[in-house]
Structure formats: C-alpha cells, structure tokens
Design a protein around this ligand. Structure first.
Ligand code: ASP
Length: 452
C-alpha cells in the first residue's frame, strides 16, 4: 500500500485535482490520500489557509467577516464548478465555516486552529466527492477517527496511540481521503500542526498502516543539492538518507516538513518526493540507507536569522553544571537552541533570532552575568548557518579544509564551525551578508564537476 500526500499547489484548482485523480487512479496501491487546503494557483495568489487565518482574526477583532468568508467559499466554488460537482457542497462548506466562526473564542489559538483546519477538512470532503463522481470509490475519513494529539501548551504532535488507532485503515477497500494538518486531543479539541503540516499527517498515516512507500506530491521535480534560487541549475538529488535530509532542513530544502521525517523514519518507510505536474519524473527518494555514490557531499543548505549568545568565564571547563545552568536560563525563556560550539573557557549558544525580544534578551544577559558570574556575555545578531551534509563525509579527509578555503575566498570570516558528532554534517556560522556568496562558492567546490 502507498500513502500519498498532495500539497497546496497540487489541490489548488479543479485542473490540479484532476491531475491528482489521474495519479491516484494510475496505481491501485495508492489507497490513502492526504490532502492540503487549496494553495496558490499562481505566485500572486493567496493560500486558503492564509485566507482562513485572516478570517479568524477578523472574527476575533469583531470586524466584518462577510467579505472574507466569501473569499474562502469562492475558492471552493471555483473548484466544484470546474469538477462539475453539485453546488450544494459549497453551501455545506459555507455552513461549516459559519459554525466554526460561532465557536468558543476564549482560547484564541484554538479558535484559529479550528478555522485553519477547515481548509484541509473541506477540501478532503470535496475531493472524496469528486473521486466518487468519476467512479473512483472513495471515503472521507476525519482525523477524529484516531489521529490523537497532545494538549496545549506544547506544540502539536501525534500521541503514540494515533498509530494503532489509524492502523485499521490499511484494510480499506475504497480510497481514503484524509485531511492533512490537524488532529484532535483526547478531549476532542482540534489542534493543527505547524504550517506545512500536512506532510506530517501523511507521514503518520504511512507509519500507521506500515505503507511500502510514502509519496509526497508537490510542485517540484525533486530535491536539489542546493537552493536553486541561489545556485544556478544545482544537481538533483535522486536518493538521500533520512539523516541527511534532517541535517539539511534549512532553506532550500523545505519541500518536505522536517517534522514529517520522524514517523516514517521510525519504521523505515521510504519517502518519494514527486511532482504532481510531472508525475513520471522519478523524484527524490528519502531512504534509511543508500549505497555510497563516491561523492562525499549530498547537499548544502543555508539559512539566515540566527543569534549567538557568547559567554566566557575563566576556568569554565572545571565548573560542574555550568552548561546546564546556562541552558536552564534559555529554557526559562522558552527558547530552543541549534548549536553550542565551545572552547575551554567560552561557549556560544546559537538560536533562531525570532525567539528573542528586547525584554527577554536583557533578562538573559543579566542572569548569565549575575547568576553564572561570567566574565563576558554578549548577544550578537545577524548570522547565517551554512550546512554541508553527506553520509560520505565521514571517511573523507580534508573536506573541512576544502570548505574553509572556499569560504575564505569570498572574504568572509568564519565565526563558528561545528561538526555534528555523526560526522555527516559540517556547520559554518557566518555573517548574514555573505550567505549567498558562500553557498555558491561551496557548491562550486563540491559539485562543479558533477554531471547533473
Ligand atoms: N495548509 C497548511 C499550510 O498552508 C498546511 C499544509 O498545506 O501542509 O500551512
């Protein structure tokens, strides 16, 4: 059995949904289909999820909602029209939205989640109706039938029992159409995953039914070895391990949600990233292991928006519990970190800048200074992380030297180097303004002579 997930652009219009039907029909193993809400039809279009967020904010502010609600319904009307579906389905959608808008507003996050989720929920109902109308027996299945998630305040994740609850779906006769992006707590409260979270739903379903393959249909042919917006014509990745994909989860590799790897990784279901607009292209396979290619580096990713908390204290290495106390201060501010390169007497904690505010930054600096009696504490902003990843790097001598030389030729200073313990990744912290130049230089160093 294959579980496939179709992303926003794959289900953005009637024409796209017809392509989805053809893809599903062309392989009888494709029995479970997870869908996103209608996404963008062109670059200047607005995703239904964003229209729904706008609508729910208007409702929370007691602004007029009619026009905003109509915008959402119109998107479904256009789809129903193009698929020659009964118009009554749009009245049902409109009614459903009004009901959600009447919902409990005491917790704004949950109110917004409930509206956001309607994007995929109504799309799944509509797509199931379309499949049935063209003689593809299909059934809409709600996440209420087993996709249980945790309670607030932690970010949403599936509870272990979700997998056993959903396992019986493997015996389905009809095609199951399952809305992506959300689940229900044990108490029946709807919660959405992070943005792009339909990938996670597909992965949970694939793991639950122990699928032979999880196909993730999007609008690109494959994952590239570097961000094609920065590097000209980068090499396509045909096969990549879960671990490599995880390490590359920065910009340019966001075709697949990084949280979606875990469920399939645990039981070893391979993932195939494919293009709805070009389904015969083989795409990129994400697998537990792959044969060595002779090329040490599989991909290079980069992201900006990092800050560094630099702390130095003489004899830090002798002080038991220093690291724990430092990280505790960040935990108290609900801040997660990415890397902690360190020396004998100093340590840097690298984190996403969007977690910092003027207030929490001042609190952190004061606490580190006073509670840890640090000699020097600084928070510095405006960094990019450049990550070089490859299973083949482990046995390759001189790779870091090659990377550092390539970076030095751009004139950039390397502010931080971190080699993951697994030795499949090498991270460089640099000033943001050098990011693109460095990505291009590293790509030239490791891929220039590779045939695309
Ligand atoms: N529709 C949601 C979003 O735009 C989830 C998804 O498409 O995966 O983020």
């Amino acid at each position: 059995m294959i579980v496939c997930k179709f992303g926003g652009t794959s289900v953005a219009s009637a024409e796209q949904i017809q392509k989805v039907a053809n893809i599903v029909k062309s392989n009888p193993a494709r029995k479970i289909v997870a869908v996103s809400a209608p996404g963008k039809r062109s670059s200047d279009d607005i995703k239904v999820t964003d229209l729904l967020i706008d609508l729910s904010n208007a409702a929370l502010n007691n602004d007029d909602i009619e026009q905003k609600l109509q915008k959402v319904v119109t998107r479904y009307q256009a789809i129903a029209d193009g698929l020659a579906l009964d118009y009554a389905i749009c009245d049902v959608i409109s009614e459903d939205l009004r009901e959600r808008l009447q919902g409990d507003k005491s917790n704004e996050e949950l109110f917004i989640d409930n509206l956001k989720a309607s994007g995929e929920d109504n799309n799944a109902k509509l797509i199931a109706a379309y499949f049935n109308s063209i003689d593809m027996p299909a059934r809409y299945v709600s996440p209420k039938e087993g996709l249980v998630v945790n309670d607030l305040p932690e970010r949403t994740f599936a509870l272990p029992e979700a997998y056993s609850n959903l396992a019986p779906l493997k015996d389905t006769k009809e095609i199951i159409v399952f809305p992506g992006f959300f689940g229900y707590t044990k108490a029946g409260i709807l919660r959405t995953f992070d943005r792009g979270g339909s990938d996670i739903t597909g992965s949970i379903l694939a793991a639950a039914v122990e699928a032979e393959l999880y196909e993730n249909f999007t609008d690109v042919d494959c994952v590239f070895s570097a961000n094609p917006k920065v590097v000209n014509d980068p090499v396509e990745i045909k096969e990549i391990t879960y671990r490599e994909m995880r390490e590359l989860s920065y910009a340019g590799f966001s075709v697949f949600h990084d949280e979606a790897l875990m469920p399939v990784y645990k039981i070893g279901v391979p993932v195939n990233i494919k293009n709805t607009n070009n389904p015969s292209a083989p795409g990129t396979r994400i697998v537990p292991n792959r044969p060595a290619t002779g090329r040490p580096v599989t991909g290079i990713s980069a992201d900006s928006g990092f800050s560094t908390l630099y702390v130095s204290k003489y004899l830090m290495n002798r002080e038991v519990g220093f690291g724990r106390k430092l990280l505790q201060i960040l935990e108290d501010e609900n801040i997660s970190y990415e890397h902690t390169p360190s020396g004998l007497d100093d340590i840097s904690v690298i984190m996403r800048s969007n977690q910092l505010t003027v207030e929490n930054e001042a609190r952190i600096l004061a606490r580190v200074k006073n509670e840890l009696s640090a000699d020097d504490v600084q928070m510095r902003h405006g960094f990019s992380m450049i990550v070089i990843v490859g299973e083949g790097m482990r046995n390759n001598t001189g790779l870091a030297a090659r990377a550092a030389t390539a970076i030095s030729k751009t004139g950039a200073n390397i502010e931080m180097i971190n080699q993951g313990s697994s030795e499949v990744s090498l991270v460089f912290g640099v000033l943001q303004e050098f990011e693109n130049q460095i990505l291009q230089a590293l790509y030239g160093e490791f891929f220039a002579h590779v045939q695309a």
